[in-house]
Structure formats: structure tokens, C-alpha cells
Write a protein that binds this ligand. Structure first.
Ligand code: G3P
Length: 224
């Protein structure tokens, strides 16, 4: 059986870029190799090239724009992040929502580029709609719990079980759960509820010792 996915979203914290960003990425890589587990990091667009050259774990973009290539100042497209070294991208994060037609456009281009896709949804009613578009994964995150330190596993377990049930209709699509994941128990509970992995940001990016937090998550994901 495939090991659970741990997706660490760097977002735009002061630890997410430059030297600090590379330091955290390298620490995460070390843990990933030590435990032979899948840890994915999604990083700001400016960091994709640099971090993907420094670590062997999968580096994703946090967002891509749906614009075609051409006269679109400031756009970061799937083609650009792929070329910079990204293996995948988040799409439609609650902090960076896009329209459904843009999601469909990005998914179609990402497929051609062999770029993994994690489409975020903020509610159960969207799981089937996104499932029909067949991204690599759906990441469900109740927005009110994001960055709260109160985990979806504890506060809204029904969100996970409901999404897991719905995603069964799309056997190729993985269901990941996130928001407020803080400790190992949050991770193991999410997995027990049927999630294929977890998404996390603040508990790692704001930690004094990110290694300790990531290691705890990994151990719990492996049932240790
Ligand atoms: O993408 C994951 C993220 O939105 C969860 O954030 O800070 O609640 O772990 P956080």
C-alpha cells in the first residue's frame, strides 16, 4: 500500500523563502529520506527553481494561473512552474481561489505536462464536482480552521469521512485533509478517518523546531 502523503505548504511566511526556506526544505528532505516516506512541499513561485535544485523530495507550486502563454504580465503558468522544477501544483487554495473554468483549464494543461495536481476545496459539496475533473488529489480544508491550531480531524471529522466516501467514485483521485493540523494525533486521526494524507502549513512554518514537528507527523503517519 502507498504510504500516506504529507503535504507541507510553505505559503508566504517569513520562513518560506530565501535561506530560511531552503533550510526548512533540507530538513524536511532529511526526514523524508530517513523514514522513506512521501513528503511533498509546496513553495512560493520565486523559490521553485532554487529549492527543487537543492532537494530530492517533490516540490510543488502553491498556485498557477490559467492564462495561456502570451501577453499576461505577472502570470505564473503551469508551463513555467514545470520548467522551473515543480512536480505538481496546488490549485484553488482557500487563500487563492479561482473559477471552476480556470481549474478545468489548469488541470488539462497540467495533465499534458505530467504535473501532479492538488485541487483544494473548502466544503464537501464540491468534492464530486472536482472529482469528475480527475485531479491527482483533492485537499479538503474547512477555511475557518486554517491556521487556527484546531484540527479538522478533531473539530470536523465528518468533513473527512464524508469526502472520503464521495471520492470513492473516483478511484484514481486521492483525498487529503488539512486545516489546523498541529500534532501527531491529528495526523493519525485523519488517516484513521480514511484520508490518504494530510496538508499542513503553520504548525511547521511557524515552529521553533520544524524538524520535531515534521518527524512527529511522519511517525504518526506510519503508525509509530
Ligand atoms: O494548505 C494547507 C493549509 O491551508 C493548512 O494550513 O496552517 O492550518 O496547517 P494550517
Amino acid at each position: 500500500m502507498k504510504k500516506p502523503v504529507i503535504l507541507i505548504n510553505f505559503k508566504a511566511y517569513d520562513t518560506s523563502f530565501g535561506k530560511k526556506g531552503i533550510d526548512i526544505a533540507k530538513k524536511i528532505e532529511k526526514i523524508s529520506l530517513e523514514y522513506s516516506t512521501e513528503i511533498i512541499i509546496s513553495v512560493p513561485p520565486t523559490e521553485i527553481y532554487r529549492i527543487s535544485n537543492e532537494v530530492s523530495i517533490p516540490v510543488y507550486a502553491e498556485h498557477v494561473d490559467a492564462n495561456p502563454l502570451g501577453a499576461h504580465t505577472g502570470s505564473v503558468t503551469p508551463e513555467m512552474v514545470k520548467d522551473a522544477g515543480a512536480e505538481g501544483t496546488l490549485i484553488n487554495h482557500s487563500e487563492r481561489r479561482i473559477r471552476i473554468d480556470e481549474i478545468a483549464e489548469i488541470l488539462s494543461r497540467a495533465r499534458k505536462l505530467n504535473l501532479d495536481t492538488v485541487v483544494c476545496v473548502d466544503r464537501n459539496e464540491l468534492v464530486k464536482a472536482i472529482g469528475t475533473l480527475e485531479p491527482t488529489s483533492i485537499l479538503i480544508e474547512p477555511p475557518e480552521l486554517i491556521g487556527s491550531g484546531i484540527s479538522v480531524s478533531k473539530a470536523r471529522p465528518e468533513v473527512i469521512t464524508n469526502a472520503v466516501e464521495q471520492v470513492k467514485e473516483f478511484p484514481k483521485v486521492l483525498l487529503i485533509a488539512g486545516a489546523g493540523i498541529t500534532n501527531g494525533e491529528d495526523v493519525s486521526t485523519a488517516l484513521k478517518l480514511g484520508a490518504a494524507g494530510i496538508g499542513v502549513a503553520s504548525a511547521v512554518m511557524k515552529a521553533k523546531e520544524p524538524c520535531k514537528v515534521v518527524e512527529e507527523f511522519v511517525k504518526s503517519s506510519l503508525g509509530n
